[in-house]
Write a protein that binds this ligand. Sequence first.
Ligand code: ADP
Ligand code: MG
Length: 703
Amino acid sequence: MPFIKMSNVTKLYKSEDGVENYALNHVCLSFPDHGLIAVIGKSGSGKSTIINLLALLDKPTSGHVYINNNNVSTWKKKKIEKYHNQEMGIVFQHYHLLENHTVLYNIMLPSLIKGDKEKESKKKAIKLLESISFPKELYEHKCKDLSGGEKERVAVLRAVINEPKIIFCDEPTGALDKNNSIAVMEILKNISRDKLIILVSHDISLTKKYADRLIYIKDGKVEKDEIINELDNKQNKSQNKDVKHHNQWKNKISLSNFKRRFTRNLISIITLSVGLVASLLIVGFANGSTPSIKENSYKQLDYGVLTFSKQKSQSIAGSKISLVQQTRPTYEEISSFSEIIDNYVIENNFSALLSYFPNIKLGEEKLTDFSFRPIYSFASNYIDHSLLIDGYIPPFDNLDEVLINKKGYEYLIKKGIKNPLDISLDISIDKEFHYYTGDDLNPVINDVFSYQKIVHIVGVVDEMDFLSTPKLFYSYSSFTNYLFDYPLINLSSYYERDFSWYERVATANNNDEISSYSFYLFKKDINDIPSIANHIANIEKPYVLESTPQTLSDTLLNLVNAASMGMEIFLFISIIGTALILGIVSFSSYSEDKKMIAILSCLGANRNDVDDIYVLENLFVAIIALIISFILSPLLSLLINFIMNKWLGFSHMIKIPFLSLWGIPFLLVVGLIIITIFIAIISTMLPILLSSKISLKKELADE
Ligand code: ADP
Ligand code: MG
């Protein structure tokens, strides 16, 4: 019974202009299970086509191939893969070795793909190499360094390592000199004692000496079939058990691919690392910026100073603009807020008399950049004494001593003042106010509020740098006391009693400019700052509680949140971009490796093995990028934090939550690893899945 049979097989090629060419024309051939059978013919006669069809690298146009009496057209992919790996071996004219791998590895490969352990495969390969006295020193040489004869021998040994039943050899001696040709034929002859070798050649004289049978092919037809040696009935003994699979062989190929494409992979690693580092920094920014700003915004000496007012808004018909009318609430109205009464000192707002911007003079020079800000008292419960960086905080409240903030200090230093703590400033203001008596004789009484003071700067306080301007802080309680004792000259004489500026403001109409349309509130316990935000939030319309430092802090937080949002969008885009780049890179790697993939397939590797090789290559990239980014991002965050601290005064803006995110330990690290590996796998698999199927025949065609 024939072992392999071609039954009425035709292979037809149609050229682009429609011309039909029969590579094989109704060929019928049977092959036994052992012996060296040569197919002889001129170039273009159809020899390689026979091999391609029998090796199941191609399909006939019509007719059938039978192996062991099975029609191969019914075979599934898995069965074909097993046939390639274990039942046949093939030696190509151009060897098709993995040139970047060693002699040993090339010979071992089919055995490794079959699932043998590395040790076992190595033993088999060495035994084969020894059987043909292959020079030992070449075992670990890369195939690209071998001579043609050596390559041919390696290719033959690779074809026989899995002890297949059939070995196809397409012009095995085509590129060899005489001595090498004879050596290879000897090896093949030896093997053919219990295996079937189908050998294609155009060298009749050499082939005739070794072949058991000669099949002459001409123009795709069998011309002559000549038996030279009658073959006995010896049975092809090789038997293949199913073995447990070992997969390390793929690692070796992946690693070698990785090294071969080092520059390209380096670019992938850099791209991925940049994306990962950016992700970590953005997460760190989202995590660290809010607490950092909150903590920093408390660094304002007047954090406990608020205003309380009543605001009624009136919309204007036909316009989007509405008018806000602000008035000072009555004292009774404030009293209804127990939280306010308990937590704050309530005082009249004397800003109409002494605004933030009086005349501030250093000698003859006006310091218009400076503002003059109230704090209630220098006592430690009203201001944070830990903010002091130089000088001292006055031990008791007075109007002669003021504190300066860092910006103001730096401003004076820039002006050439060696020690700002040594200087005095002139504060002055003159402002006329009208009092309407309702008296026809004296309807209006005019008085001038005149304030002149030489103040000494005694201490410098630290302050949130962001948007900070030069400031002087004075004691408001001292100023209040001062106003108690400072009478209005004309109004006092009109009423014929002392009428102080304090009384003038306190008794003014709530919608009079002199009332400043609000009360000042001073937090009694500065150690309880966070409650201020709650108090502000709890006040309901039409009452409004405002704190300039709190507003600044809120604005900053909004800004930072908006920035975080923007960065998160960038992050999303960068992840997609990175995946695309990785995808393109692995697609081009896959495309340029088509020949290698075809060789592996021909040796029996299946689609999954090939996928694994490319996924593994990208996994190397992913793992290296992960390691780089886990090392680089903390260092970068240190640097960025240092710069932000220097420029904006915020420390720890970036705090990468490596240890715990949303209360889950190591969520960020584990999550990032999973996402990255996912991206690596998807960006490898998708392009491979989408790329066209590799044609083994085309890739392995002897050029
Ligand atoms: P041999 O191996 O004997 O030199 P082949 O089997 O390779 O010949 O080719 C047989 C014939 O089929 C030749 O005429 C060749 O040009 C043609 N042929 C082989 N492969 C293709 C192909 N992919 N497309 C078109 N014609 C082909
Ligand atoms: Mg050929």
